[in-house]
Ligand binder design. Sequence first.
Ligand code: DQA
Length: 147
Amino acid sequence: MKVLVLNGPNLGRLGTREPAVYGATTHADLVALCEETGRELGVEVEVRQTDFEGEMLGWLHGAADEGTPVVLNAGAWTHYSIAVRDACAQLTAPLVEVHISNVHKREEFRHHSVLSAVADGVIVGLGVQGYALALRWICRDSVAAGS
Ligand code: DQA
């Protein structure tokens, strides 16, 4: 099995971006964490990041066509992009929405996600460990089955 971890705008700047909010972990560290978790779970994990909405839509369309599970942190698109939501709605395999920060403790405009209604689950505020938890949930059956 392959799992895609897709990160949206500004997440490539983790580590230098508002460290008080997002922590010191860089995007490269996040890639390493996800790949290491994938190795532990026996699944291939591919992490991508883009600041371009059309590129994200293309990745989601590919995941829909291939039946690939997705862990998605859509960054600010979470709060307003109906296009990203419509692409997520086409996915057939599990989708977990992840946010590093606890968006509910932050500004009002971050409290609503247009994606959550089309996600299987949401992990918020647990830092980059949220990605590892999302991967573990997605892979729970294949690990239990030993495949
Ligand atoms: C974020 C929260 C969003 O509100 C913000 O725009 C981001 C990151 C998070 O991971 O906490 O870019 O998705």
